[in-house]
Design a protein around this ligand. Structure first.
Ligand code: CUA
Length: 325
């Protein structure tokens, strides 16, 4: 038991909550496990007692046992649990949010756009779930940063197949459905890095569709937000090579001529800890490996391999990308 439970901690665990919804889900898990354990003990105890005693029960007391143990008890327990679950649910699925982030499930990574127009808005207690407001401040990928203690509304969708957004420490799962926008409100309670993954089979790269959520103090978050909005204004030889070799057909690096929309925005990829939807640390060496053969690091990746480029060019591109802080 202890060995099994030792695997339940860490950055991707519903039992180590770091968000309001995550805490409630963990409490629900605790209640269900405790209640289930107690009922199991009583039933097993009754079975053992019945085998040991062997004396026949009188008909009235047998009937009483069936009515109380088989009808009354489960009805009351399930009604209480249902009520508790509904109560938790009504608390969970509502704002008001201090900011909105639009997340699109791509094959097989997360497109993340921070939306303008809500930051610092006064929080009215009864405001309805809001429509996406304002254009995107900037786009990033696979690393979601949130300020601690504040409510962020995630607007989730997908262009083609269904994914499921799941950061167990923060909140429950929410599907990303083509043609719909689903909403998830997250309110982190602890600073730190948490791991999320896609929880709905979406294709060959599903198992490697991870992400990292970085929960920061407000001041650090504001500094990050400001830095992310700045383009990497760059006319270096590497930036021109990036465009000349076609990388800009799929990727955007704001401030250069690369403005592709198919793959992840790489404007500040050097500021992200992981690459390829959290398959490896975003070091220059790993970026070079990814450019040479994405499928070797991430089976199912849609990016074609660029191993035919001369080694010095790959090295130059990788160094440049790693430096895009
Ligand atoms: Cu995306 Cu599974």
């Amino acid at each position: 038991m202890a060995t099994l439970l030792a695997g339940c901690g860490g950055a991707q665990s519903a039992l180590a909550p770091a968000g309001l919804e995550g805490e409630r889900v963990a409490a629900l898990i605790g209640w269900l496990a405790t209640g289930g354990g107690l009922i199991w003990a009583v039933v097993v105890g009754a079975s053992v007692a019945a085998v040991r005693r062997r004396a026949a029960m009188s008909e009235p007391s047998a009937r009483q046992l069936i009515v109380v143990g088989g009808v009354l008890f489960p009805t009351v327990v399930l009604a209480v649990l249902l009520y508790y679950g509904l109560y938790l649910m009504s608390e969970l699925r509502q704002g008001p949010a201090q900011r909105q982030v639009a997340i699109s499930g791509e094959r097989f990574w997360w497109r993340i756009r921070y939306l303008d127009g809500m930051a610092g808005a006064p929080a009215a207690a009864d405001s309805p779930p809001s429509a996406p407001s304002g254009p995107a401040l900037f786009e990033t990928a696979n690393e979601l940063r949130l300020p601690v203690g504040e409510i962020t509304e995630l607007l989730l969708t997908s262009p083609d197949v269904i994914h499921s957004f799941w950061v167990p420490a923060l909140a429950g799962k929410m599907d990303l459905v083509p043609g719909h926008v689903t909403r998830l409100y997250v309110q982190p309670t602890r600073v730190g890095r948490y791991r999320g993954s896609c929880a709905e089979f979406c294709g060959a790269g599903h198992a490697l569709m991870g992400m990292e959520v970085v929960v920061m103090e407000r001041a650090a978050f504001d500094a990050w937000l400001a830095a992310q909005q700045r383009p990497s204004v760059d006319d270096s030889a590497a930036a021109r090579l990036f465009v000349a070799r076609g990388c800009g057909g799929c990727h955007t690096v704001r401030g250069t001529q690369a403005d592709g929309r198919i793959g992840p925005d790489l404007t500040h990829i050097g500021s992200r800890r992981l690459l390829g939807a959290a398959v490896a640390p975003a070091t220059a060496a790993n970026l070079a490996r990814f450019i040479r053969g994405p499928q070797a690091m991430k089976p199912g990746a849609q990016m074609p391999p660029f191993g035919m480029l001369p080694a010095p060019e790959i090295e130059m591109l990788a160094q440049w990308l790693a430096g895009l802080k």
